[in-house]
Write a protein that binds this ligand. Structure first.
Ligand SMILES: [Zn+2]
Length: 290
């Protein structure tokens, strides 16, 4: 090989390497750019056709993508116990007739201060006998398993609506609770203080994944909106849907009550993304609309 040929080959390799680095990079945008603890966030990978496949993760936990706005989007839930600071994400894109692309980086999770709530409830609702304790534990596990279920079909569409049909906002998400003087697990939902009998409605289209009467949540409905998103409605007085039923946004699920561990009539409304407990208020304010 002549020196000229060697030089040409070397340059060729350099150019190839640079070109492939530039072409391989996927463009990823976070909404919001600096999420807070408890937020529902959405991630957009730009410029991917519907036939493309996008995979990704945050802290090694998988994201579930769907075609959106000329790219692919996924919801990410910042669980209320997430440590503020930088968290590592990765994305990979495979499309027919195109070089695979990838990207990785960090997203900065901003801290959020939650209130401390002191509650007094009947001691029978806190100091459980062994049998009730086992029951409550089993019910908690059943809910946790359900929330981690990823149904591959996206059922929700468009904007989310409030669960009690008023402009009233829920309160108390993330509150560190002290019940009868004892610190308990943080409040993973948002409470709507409305009169008994107020209709409770589906915040978006979904499938009824669970209808039950559990010790702490009382009469409850859980909706599966697909791709790992679930919403939960607790302490209901009556229930108007059955398991497996498809519901539309705004459809009545039941009425507000005070069943289970409740200090009075209210709706406890919860939302989870792939098992991450998120502030339902941020779900209602989601800017991803189609
Ligand atoms: Zn609650």
């Amino acid at each position: 090989m002549t020196w000229a040929a060697l030089l040409f080959t070397t340059l060729g390799l350099v150019f190839t390497a640079e070109a492939s680095i530039a072409a391989d990079r996927a463009t990823v945008i976070w909404h919001p750019a600096k999420p807070r603890v408890g937020d529902v966030v959405w991630v957009l990978v730009k410029d991917v056709t519907d036939t493309g496949t996008v995979e990704g993760s945050v802290d090694g936990k998988p994201l579930t993508f769907f075609p959106y706005a000329g790219g692919h989007a996924a919801l990410f839930g910042v669980d209320l116990d997430t440590k503020p600071g930088n968290h590592v994400w990765r994305v990979g894109v495979v499309e027919p007739g195109r070089e695979p692309r990838s990207a990785e980086g960090t997203v900065r999770i901003v801290r959020r201060d939650f209130q401390v709530e002191r509650l007094t409830v009947p001691s029978t609702m806190v100091d459980l006998d062994p049998e009730t304790e086992r029951r409550a534990l089993a019910e908690g596990k059943q809910l946790a398993t359900l929330y981690r279920t990823i149904t591959p079909e996206r059922i929700w569409r468009g904007k989310f609506t409030t669960p009690v049909g008023t402009m009233k906002t829920g309160t108390g998400f993330g509150a560190r609770r002290i019940i009868n003087g004892q610190p308990r697990s943080p409040h993973s939902g948002s409470d709507y203080s409305v009169p008994k009998g107020t209709p409770v409605i589906a915040v978006n289209a979904g499938q009824v994944a669970l209808v039950a009467e559990f010790f702490f949540p009382g009469r409850l409905v859980v909706l599966d909106h697909g791709l790992g998103l679930h919403t939960a409605y607790f302490h209901l007085d009556t229930i108007a849907v059955v398991e497996g039923e498809r519901v539309e946004r705004g459809q009545t699920l039941g009425t507000v009550g005070a069943t289970g561990r409740a200090t009075g009539p209210h709706l406890h409304f919860g939302a989870q993304v792939a098992g991450a407990r998120v502030d339902p208020t941020t779900l209602l304010g989601l800017t991803l609309i189609d």
